[in-house]
Write a protein that binds this ligand. Sequence first.
Ligand code: EPZ
Length: 420
Amino acid sequence: MDYLKIHSSKSLSGTIAISGAKNASLPLIAMTILAENSVKIKNLPNVVDIKTLLKLLSKLGANCQFSTNSVVVDTSTINETKATYDIVKTMRASILVLGPILARFGHCEVSLPGGCAIGQRPIDLHLKALEQMGAKINIKAGYIEASTPNGLVGCDIIFDKVTVTGTANIVMAAALAKGITTITNAAREPEVVQLCDVLAQSGVVINGIGTAILEIHGTNTKLLNIKEFDVIPDRIEAGTYLCAGAITKSELTLTNVEPKHLGAVISKLEEMGNTFKITKDAITIYPAKKIKPIKITTQEYPAFPTDMQAQFLALATQADGVSIIEEKLFENRFMHVSELQRMGADITLNGHTATVNGKTKLSGTDVMATDLRASSALVLAGLVATKETNIHRIYHLDRGYDSLESKFKNVGAKIQRLKE
Ligand code: EPZ
C-alpha cells in the first residue's frame, strides 16, 4: 500500500488547476443509462471512485472507453441489471444506478451499499420515493430487488431530509417516468444542478432547477439523446487547496474553478482573515498573517458543506483562539480528530461539536487516513507540522483527489508518495 511522507512546507506559491467534480461525475455517469446514444463526458477527475462506477457499468454490459479525463459510455449493450456486492461495497454511491436501471429496464437488483466510516448512510428515502413512483421493492439477502410492473409513474415526493444522491436518483428515475414528478426538499448542490441541466439539454422538461422544488416531466420510457459535456469543477477539491493556502500562509491561485460554488467556504475563510482575488474561473488567496478562530455548522448547500468540515478543523488548530465546529449531517465525521490530537492538536469533542483551542504547534508522526476528507485534513496538518508526517491508508484519498501530491509538489510542498 502507498503512504504519503510530508515535511513542513511553509509559503507555497504558484497555480493549481482544479479537476472535475467527483460528486458531479458519479450521477452523470449513472445518467448515461438513460441514453439511446453513446455519451461523451469530459473533464472527469482521474480518481478511483470514477473508475469503480465505470467498472460497474461495464459489468452490466455497457461499453466504456475511458481516457485520462474523459469517457465515452455506450449503455445500449447493457444485458445485466444486477449491481453486485463486490463493487457496491467499495463505493456506496453505486446506489446511483438504481433509479436509471429501474426506469429503463423495469427491474434491477442492487446490493445494499451499507454504511461507511462517516456514518450509517441509510437509503430509505431513495427507496420510499421509488415505491411512491410505483416500484415494488424487496430487501433480500443484502440486495434491493426492485421492479416496476406498470412502469414508473410521476407523483409528488417530499424528502424528509435533503439527500444529494437521493435527489439525483429520483430525478433520473423521473426523467423516464410517465407523467410529472415533483420533488419537494430537493438537494440544491451544484452537482445535482448539473445533472438537471444536462437532462434538460437532452429534452427532459425540468422546472425549478437549483431550487428545493423540482418538477420533472417524464418522457414515458423514451430514451434520451445526450450531447457531450464537461463536468463542473470540484468545489471541495478547490476548498481543500484554499485551506492549504490559508494554513501554510501561502498565496495560491486556483484555476478552472467555479467561484459561485464556493460562497460559504470563501466567506468562512474571509472571517478567518484571508482575502481573495476572484475572477470568472480563478481564485487567488492572500493568506491571513494571524488566523482568526471560527464558528462553523455544516448544512446543506448553499450553506457550509460537510465535505469541508475536516479541512477547516485542521486549519482551526492554527487559529489564535477557540473555534467551534458542529457537524450536523453525519453521525461519525470526526475521525480525523484523534489523529490530529496525536499530532498535538488541542481539540475537545462533545457529541457533534468539536472545540478547537488554537494556536497549537503540530508535530509530525505516523497517522492513519480513515475517510476521504479526513485524509485531506491530515495532509493540511502535515504541511505545517514540525518533523515529518507519514499518512497511511491513502487509498481513501485516491478516491476523491486527482493527482494530489503532484499538484502540491508543483507549488513547492515537500510531499512524496512511497510504498509501505
Ligand atoms: C453526498 O452523499 C456526497 N456523496 C457526500 O460526499 C456528501 O458528504 C453528502 O452528499 C452531503 O453533502 C456523493 O455525492 C457521491 P445525503 P449522500 O444522502 O448523497 C441522510 C465526499 O466526501 N439520509 O445527502 O450519500 C444521511 O444519513 C462524500 O465526497 C437518510 O437518512 O448524502 C445523511 O445524514 C462523503 N436517508 C443526510 O441524509 C436517505 O435515504 C445527507 O445524506 C439518504 C440520506
